[in-house]
Design a protein around this ligand. Structure first.
Ligand code: NAD
Length: 262
């Protein structure tokens, strides 16, 4: 079994890695020996995240651009490939929220979310997948994308977010179907509610925080490390027969018969 859980020398690209889940995923993969290529919109923060990993002995580089610039996405993959000669992993993590009732949302409110949550992962998976296909095999690569419990269990007012997270689950199944025979596995993670900056506003609403705790068998919100560890596992060769899955990492929330009580 030894080696199956190692990422030593494997180049992995992670989007939205300046903070939150992306930074935690980078750290978890670094602990398994991966060579990390962090990406974010925020240049200063992603540089700091990579520098922090390097002080812990990891091999980490940073790039800053907007993922909705699809040419920049392709150039990033090519640039990493030029420097490494191979690409093993891609984590489609970057995400945003722009919530609102369906009656108040515009086409642009949907399109901007879809560009980041669906189109950029498609462009990156295609570009990175082409490079993975040149790996010797039989295992050639891994693609993991961040979906959400909202993909299957939305709450009111998050239609653009929830539907984009359902789309990434569908894209994941298609990537698995197209790449499965080539030794490239594609899976998605559906986190429940995690303690990150993305949730800053709702975390200040004590009643909402309590409602989530009451509806989660774990009776608490997740720490980012608890999402990062399964992503790191799905990056390893130990996960070679797991493909096309939407893995709930939600403290049991989606398996729980919810009541209407707080
Ligand atoms: P976060 O807001 O803390 O971090 C997101 C990162 O993505 C930021 O560093 C941000 O700068 C970057 N980013 C945003 N737009 C970008 C763009 N256009 N180009 C490049 N980078 C961009 O969020 P998080 O909580 O760490 O969430 C990470 C992923 O997990 C997201 O896809 C999110 O939808 C998903 N998720 C989060 C939760 C949760 O409770 N936090 C639950 C389910 C799913």
């Amino acid at each position: 079994m030894s080696g199956l859980f190692s990422l030593t020398g494997k180049p992995i690209l992670i989007t939205g890695a300046a903070r939150g889940l992306g930074a935690a995923i980078a750290k978890a993969c670094a602990e398994l020996g991966a060579q990390l290529w962090l990406q974010d919109l925020n240049a200063e923060a992603v540089d700091a995240a990579a520098a922090d990993l390097r002080t812990q002995g990891a091999d980490a580089q940073a790039s800053a651009f907007d993922l909705t610039d699809f040419d920049a996405c392709q150039a990033w993959v090519q640039d990493v490939y030029n420097q490494t000669g191979h690409i093993w992993g891609l984590v489609n993590n970057a995400g945003i929220t722009n919530h609102g009732h369906i009656l108040d949302q515009t086409v642009e409110d949907y399109r901007s979310i879809y560009d980041l949550h669906v189109m950029a992962p498609f462009v990156l998976a295609q570009a990175a997948g082409k490079k993975m296909l040149t790996n010797p095999g039989p295992q050639r690569g891994r693609i993991v994308s961040l979906s959400s419990i909202a993909a299957t269990h939305p709450r009111p007012g998050i239609g653009n977010y929830a539907s984009s997270k359902a789309a990434i689950a569908g894209l994941t199944r298609s990537l698995a179907a197209d790449f499965g025979a080539d030794g490239i596995c594609a899976n998605a993670i559906a986190p429940g509610y995690v303690l990150t900056e993305m949730n800053k506003a709702i975390l200040s609403d004590k009643a909402f925080v309590r409602r989530i705790e009451n509806r989660t068998p774990a009776a608490r919100w997740a720490d980012p490390t608890e999402i990062a560890a399964p992503v790191a596992f799905l990056m390893t060769e130990a996960s070679s027969y797991i493909n096309g899955q939407l893995l709930a990492v939600d403290g049991g929330m989606n398996a729980f018969l919810q009541s209407n009580e707080d």
